[in-house]
Design a binder for this molecule. Structure first.
Ligand SMILES: Cc1ncc(COP(=O)(O)O)c(C=O)c1O
Length: 429
């Protein structure tokens, strides 16, 4: 029998990134960190109103980048009220603050002095979800033998993307106890050749920072992200801010504030990424706006980087439904803010129960936490599933083997989870 032709050797040895996506409808889904209540009614209305001829033709993207810019500008103008990141920022350079709180900037963009840096549409890339942006940036920047520097454990999709390019992965573990960010180790791996290195040592090609980190929730102060980018000008530093809405730890408010390092003169309309041309920020509407199934994500950075990453995608990769939904979701920030506030309240409620019941857990940034059941995690996972609740087993993951990652939803949903968990893990409610 003739055999099928082999794929590239990197692909032949690749394990496909698979997630347990099937059969989730109708259950309480605390397994993918999605928004648990769905999108804003305005998004639903906008999708219902789409005429058939709108999807008979290829999608149009005009205006969506502007809408993203407007929404980022509004966010950068908002007071950042999140508590400080728990990860202390090591004193690397005088410009780095140590409390992890983004520079407080108040009022909307229109009320700010004109001397504010300003993103241009060429600095926003549109992708079919952030996963597609991640895939594309590896394709654009990762060559065989190049190094990916990242942390461990972290979001699982970085690994196959690096391996399919033939890259070498250096994953630095979070510091125990407490899953603290290994700042010094990352900085050293970025800037210092190992003792045994010969003259051909190069800095890593890519640094992937997930902030806050999925699944440990570890928060890294945005000033520390900028410090790493400044220390490694030959490395593309990618900060995956998928869950920043739950903490406010984003580099964008810092970059968009007037008079920062990127623009000490406070020049009106200066490029916010001028001092960080090697930094790329990833954002998505999956986890907060409730449109994970429509697939839309953004990459924001220097125009040259956004251009290179966009070169390796197709011209119509984002479908018309996603475009319409994204416009409507970006226009209803109040809906997202209300949902985030509800999740944070529910988190506090659940954490109080976990503490009172003596359940080992770890909670930090993001809309999720880790729980170590007293019974084997696989059994509790299965028992919860039978009770109609899905969580994600972290079996086999370094540092967190034996834990379950539980996405946070509304108070009512956390109440249901807690009742079922207490029963499955034989805990007093
Ligand atoms: C850290 C992180 N980055 C990226 C993604 C992918 O997001 P999207 O739905 O925008 O593709 C996820 C989804 O779970 C995630 O947790």
């Amino acid at each position: 029998m003739p055999a099928s032709p082999p794929a590239r050797s990197e692909v032949e040895s690749l394990q496909a990134y698979s997630a347990p996506l099937e059969g989730r409808r109708g259950l309480l889904r605390l397994d993918f960190n999605e928004n648990t209540v769905g999108p804003s009614p305005r998004v639903v209305e906008a999708i219902r109103a789409i005429p058939a001829d709108h999807y008979a033709i290829y999608p149009e993207y005009d205006g969506l980048r502007e809408a993203v810019l407007a929404s980022l500008a509004d966010m950068a103008g908002a007071v950042v009220a999140a508590p400080p990141a728990t990860v202390p920022v090591p004193p690397v350079g005088a410009a780095i603050r140590t409390d992890g709180v983004p520079a407080p900037v108040t009022g909307s963009l229109s009320q700010q002095p004109a001397r504010r840096p300003c993103l241009r549409i060429e600095q926003v890339g549109l992708f079919n979800g952030v996963d597609a942006a991640i895939h594309a940036l590896f394709q654009a920047y990762g060559a065989p033998g190049d190094r990916l520097l990242t942390t461990s454990p972290t979001f699982g999709y970085y690994t196959p993307c690096a391996l399919m390019q033939g890259m070498v992965i250096e994953a630095i573990p979070y510091r125990m106890p407490g899953f603290a960010f290994p700042f010094e180790e990352i900085l050293a791996a970025l800037t210092t050749p190992p003792a045994e290195a010969d003259g051909s040592w190069c800095p890593p090609r890519l640094l992937l920072l997930c902030n806050p980190n999925n699944p440990t929730g570890t928060r890294l102060a945005p000033e520390a992200v900028l410090a790493l980018a400044a220390a490694a000008p030959h490395t593309l530093v990618v900060v995956d801010e998928l869950y920043e809405a739950f903490t406010g730890d984003s580099v964008l408010p810092l970059l968009l504030a007037p008079g920062g390092k990127q623009d000490p003169e406070g020049t009106a309309g200066a490029d916010p990424f001028a001092a960080y041309p090697n930094l790329l920020v990833l954002r998505s509407l999956s986890k907060t706006a409730g449109i994970a199934g429509l697939r839309i994500g953004f990459a924001i950075g220097a125009a040259a980087v956004v251009d290179r990453v966009s070169r390796v995608t197709g011209p119509y990769d984002i479908n018309s439904f996603a475009v319409t939904a994204a416009f409507a979701a970006l226009a209803d920030q109040a809906y997202v803010d209300t949902y985030v506030a509800e999740v944070l309240a529910a988190r506090q409620w659940l954490v109080e129960r976990l503490v009172a019941a003596g359940v080992r857990h770890h909670v930090d940034g993001g809309n999720y936490l880790l729980i170590w059941p007293q019974r084997p995690a696989a059994e509790v996972d299965q028992a919860l599933r039978e009770a109609g609740i899905l969580v994600r087993s972290m079996a086999g993951k370094p540092l967190i083997d034996g834990s379950l990652r539980v996405s946070l939803g509304t108070l009512e949903q956390m109440g249901r989870f807690w009742e079922a968990f207490a029963l499955c893990d034989a805990r007093p409610v």
